[in-house]
Design a protein around this ligand. Structure first.
Ligand code: SF4
Length: 426
């Protein structure tokens, strides 16, 4: 098994999601420049951000290893700091060395305050190498009377106000985005909201999107419920948004109803699917210089694997790209007592994720410097499949090179402009 981890790093990433790891007493994560373990993010990111060695196609794999949940305390994996200077970290499995790992670096801006005195990490945090911002107040499924109808795996209502600030002005967000661009080289900002009565989530985000696009030219993603007026996504496409993501989580209708009661009552699974299909078709329209993807997000481990595979096949059939998280029973959530899935049950899901994206010729892995820690990306899962797609790989290689070159030039142009705006006039 340990040998397979070396040749199939995606397998190790998935096994760590399912089993977590124990932190040995020798570890001094923050003293060694690592990121504090935060509870924030819509449900699934509660762990230690590390970088695993990758393979030929992906030299490194960023991941978020569960370390705080009870199941992690029983894990065969442990993380150790070698006593030598430099603080090299090691991943072990039942006492045997698996691989050296690196801590995801904590940037200086993590310890800085905004002009208004707020900790910058209360405004946004890095997830892998992109900036994630949970914008606006807590999802209203958590505050619904007489009974809350939150998704049962979700921890957002437990988190806001703890690690995350609930009021974030455009200027505050811009300060953090600039710091993250300057110090961490981010290329992508991801906004995430829950449900608000009156479908106000897109209206709330538009001022942020306009400022980031006009002042920094970065890639932007928006993860919200599916707006009832799908024409609103034409507007996002025109504004230069690059990714819309709809989290329906579960394809099995009965389980969707049970686990996501708010989503079921408010929008229903069919509207989520229609939004994904509608937005995928927008790729052919809108500004040609702005990449565009529509994502359907599911959670592996909350329904039978075959149902997750059907979801992947449906999403890719309409030209959208699946995002597949692994269920993590977070402390304090309604599903905290459940077990995470078994690795062997989710491997076929991630194998199919890669294969289905390749079979439909979808543009995976094109954005520059976007490493995602909370999910295994389709392109990272190539080593799980024995199928080769030489023609499609070649097309992707050319597309990636063109898109990255174009975007890197654009980011550099905006950086120069931002720098000269900051310089005092002579
Ligand atoms: S929609 Fe569900 S997953 Fe998203 S924030 Fe609300 S309760 Fe959490």
């Amino acid at each position: 098994m340990l040998d397979r981890f070396r040749t199939q790093p995606a397998l190790l990433k998935l096994d760590l999601y399912c089993k977590g790891a124990r932190l040995d007493d020798s570890c001094f994560i923050e003293d060694d420049g690592g990121r504090k373990i935060l509870r924030t993010r819509a449900g699934l990111g509660s762990g230690l951000e590390v970088i695993l060695p990758g393979d030929r196609l992906h030299p490194e794999m960023w991941t978020n290893v569960p370390v705080t949940e009870p199941f992690a305390a029983r894990s065969p994996y442990s993380i150790h700091r070698r006593p030598d200077p430099g603080g090299v970290y090691l991943l072990r499995h039942e006492g045997r060395d698996v691989t050296p790992i690196r801590l995801a670096p904590r940037p200086e801006w993590y310890d800085q305050l905004t002009t208004g005195g707020k900790k910058m990490t209360q405004v946004g945090t890095l997830q892998g190498t992109y900036l994630g911002i949970y914008q606006a107040k807590v999802c209203e499924y958590w505050t619904q009377k007489p009974t809350k109808v939150n998704c049962k795996f979700c921890s957002v209502g437990l988190n806001l106000g703890v690690d995350d600030a609930d009021e974030k002005s455009v200027d505050e967000v811009m300060e953090v985005v600039r710091a993250a661009r300057r110090q961490s080289g981010i290329t992508y900002v991801d906004f995430n909201t829950g449900h608000y009565d009156g479908d106000t989530y897109l209206d709330l985000l538009i001022p942020f999107i306009r400022r980031i696009k006009s002042e920094l030219g970065l890639l932007i993603g928006v993860q919200t419920p599916p707006h009832r007026d799908l024409k609103r996504y034409d507007e996002l496409r025109e504004l230069g948004v690059n990714r819309v993501s709809f989290c329906f989580e579960i394809f099995d209708r009965a389980r969707f109803r049970d686990i996501c009661p708010g989503k079921d009552a408010e929008y229903g699974l069919d509207h989520y699917l229609e939004a994904i299909r509608y937005c995928a078709a927008l790729a052919e329209r809108g500004p040609k210089n702005e990449p565009w993807v529509s994502n359907g997000e599911i959670i592996a481990g909350l329904e039978p694997s075959i149902s997750s595979i059907r979801a992947i096949e449906w999403i890719t059939s309409v030209g959208a790209i699946p995002t597949v998280c692994v269920f993590r029973p977070l402390v304090g959530t309604d599903l905290a007592q459940r077990e995470p899935p078994e690795t062997e049950d989710i491997v076929p899901i991630f194998r199919r994720l890669y294969e289905s994206c390749m079979e439909h010729g979808l543009p995976i892995g094109c954005a520059p410097n976007v490493h995602v820690s909370l999910v295994a990306l389709p392109e990272e899962c190539a080593s799980l499949s024995s199928r080769r797609y030489p023609w499609q790989q070649l097309k992707l290689k050319v597309a990636r090179r063109l898109v990255r070159r174009r975007l890197e030039r654009r980011f550099a142009r905006y950086d120069r402009r931002a720098l000269s705006a900051e310089r005092p006039a002579a």
